[in-house]
Write a protein that binds this ligand. Structure first.
Ligand code: CA
Length: 234
């Protein structure tokens, strides 16, 4: 596993990188936003938001626009961090300075596990290689989604969300279960995060494709393309 550590404070960076190397990671360290954007992101990026040259949020958004690499943002205590907006810039998780090294390693492990779900043999929805609902095709190995025959560009979390909903299309899946599967059992955000992602997904795939049962959860339409509706509705 190769990590890109973006941290301008040498006293933090030296200890952090040495610790991560001891944990078995290959570590590349850069100290500026510009260097981060020019670097090979590897398997995961640890991104300090307080950088000398660029706003860390801008760096995060640009990293996310360029690749699906998981990003853990490092914030300073007292930073005005709106957690939903952190998600919107594409961060997968965050830690607040000063953080414990063990905590950080655990977060890295959790993010890597859940972001590689579509690509390996985990017990989650990623077991299914392809899903075909007629209007929706998902190729889990390539994390590609087509709606009505056209490829749709999704963020990594939007992809995880639609893949999970599609694994049981037609059913209403509970909010807590969706959050647990798509994010993390220890998810730090409010459940508003889920609504934000559902809203952005609806914009991309069509509002009526995701059904809402208020206070309960969401379900993906398995519309007219097949007749398997158990309720026998016309
Ligand atoms: Ca800093």
């Amino acid at each position: 596993m190769q990590l890109l550590v973006v941290e301008d404070d040498p006293s933090i960076a030296d200890a952090l990188c040495a610790g991560l190397v001891r944990e078995g990671f290959t570590v590349q360290h850069v100290a500026t936003g510009a260097a981060a954007l020019a670097a090979e992101p590897g398997d995961l990026v640890l991104l300090d938001l307080g950088l000398p040259d660029l706003d860390g949020r801008v760096v995060c958004r640009e990293l996310r626009a360029a690749s699906a690499v998981p990003i853990i943002v490092v914030t300073a205590r007292g930073d005005e961090i709106d957690r939903v907006s952190l998600l919107e810039i594409g961060a997968d998780d965050y830690v607040v300075k000063p953080f414990g090294f063990r905590e950080l390693v655990a977060r890295i492990g959790a993010v890597l596990r859940r972001t590689t779900v579509g690509a390996d043999t985990s017990a989650d929805a990623g077991k299914i290689d392809t899903i075909d609902l007629g209007w929706l095709q998902i190729d889990a190995r390539r994390r590609r989604v087509e709606v009505d025959g056209s490829e749709v560009s999704l963020t990594p979390k939007e992809y995880d969300l639609i893949a999970y909903l599609a694994s049981d299309a037609g059913a209403i899946l509970h909010r807590e279960e969706i959050i647990r599967r798509v994010w993390d059992e220890n998810w730090w955000g409010s459940t508003k995060t889920l609504d934000v992602h559902v809203a952005s997904l609806r914009k991309k795939i069509g509002a009526d494709r995701i059904r809402t049962v208020r206070g309960v959860g969401f379900g993906l339409a398995d519309d007219g393309d097949d007749g398997r509706r158990a309720d026998g509705s016309p």
